[in-house]
Ligand binder design. Structure first.
Ligand code: GCO
Length: 263
């Protein structure tokens, strides 16, 4: 018996057309799941479907705004009709705005909260009834180092990701008896487009100061890759984690355990 086998399971990865979401979608598919993803526009959907096809994966791609409850309800219904009731939800879609708090508009703050916290509520609310009807479900929320730590310029993102940690724990508390396990993945600093500005080489060719800082704060001595997140996500999506609930699994190379190297 392979407790990590996802065969027969339907997975939805929000924001699954690229970057971390794409890597997780590929990993879930390679573990046997039928993978669906949503994104914000048709161009991204087409590029995403093509990218999965290059990996030999037939995926179901949809355009839907995860902050729009009516659109999400329709998406979940369409997936149920076209693919099957969702067994695994990965709330991955997210944005970040790096602006000093006193310079950040309420509009910008609210946008980050809407995508990074309200949307996981909306999508989870939409899929839980189907999971209850099936007698099982897995919800995996992509949290962050900022679920535990703050830093300059990311007030909205930290507030959202801190809230997402507690939403994870509350879904666990409210629906655990329905055999729904809700956990989080807390990525460390992962080399993606979202973190590219933090890694840009300096004009003299030296490392970006933040790049140097993260390397000094990470026992693994490197930035993570999206592939580092796949195994932990497959674990939380599988029967191997049926008694793991309300847990945030930090995949950070040890950052949260480490005071940091003396300069
Ligand atoms: C930042 C980074 C982080 C990472 C990730 C860490 O500006 O500090 O973007 O937020 O993206 O969320 O877990």
């Amino acid at each position: 018996m392979n407790m990590f086998d996802l065969s027969g399971k339907v997975a939805l990865v929000t924001g699954g057309a690229h970057s971390i979401g794409f890597a997780l979608g590929v990993g879930l598919a390679k573990a046997g799941a039928t993978v669906c993803f949503n994104c914000s526009n048709e161009g991204s959907r087409e590029r995403g479907v093509a990218a999965y096809a290059k990996e030999g994966i037939t995926v179901h791609g949809y355009v839907a705004d995860v902050t729009d409850e009516a659109a999400v309800q329709q998406l979940v219904q369409q997936i149920a009709e076209e693919v099957g009731t969702i067994d695994i939800l990965v709330n991955n879609a997210g944005v970040i705005k790096r602006i000093p708090m006193t310079e950040m508009s309420v509009e910008d703050f609210s946008k980050v909260i809407d995508v990074d916290l309200v949307a996981p509520f909306i999508v989870s609310k939409a899929v839980i009834p189907g999971m209850i009807a099936k007698g099982h479900g897995k919800i995996i929320n992509i949290c962050s180092m900022m679920s535990e730590l703050g830093r300059e310029t990311v007030s909205a993102y930290a507030a959202a990701k801190g809230g997402l940690k507690m939403l994870t724990r509350n879904i666990c508390s409210e629906y655990g008896e329905a055999n729904i396990q809700c956990n989080g993945i807390g990525p460390g600093y992962i080399a993606t487009q979202q973190t590219a500005p933090l890694r840009e080489p300096q004009p003299d060719g030296s490392r970006h100061p933040f790049d140097q800082f993260i390397i000094s704060k990470t026992p693994a001595g490197r930035w993570g890759t999206t592939d580092d997140l796949v195994g932990p996500t497959v674990f939380l999506a599988s029967d191997a984690s049926n008694f793991v609930n309300g847990h945030i699994l930090y995949v950070d190379g040890g950052i949260l355990a480490y005071i940091g190297k003396q300069p």
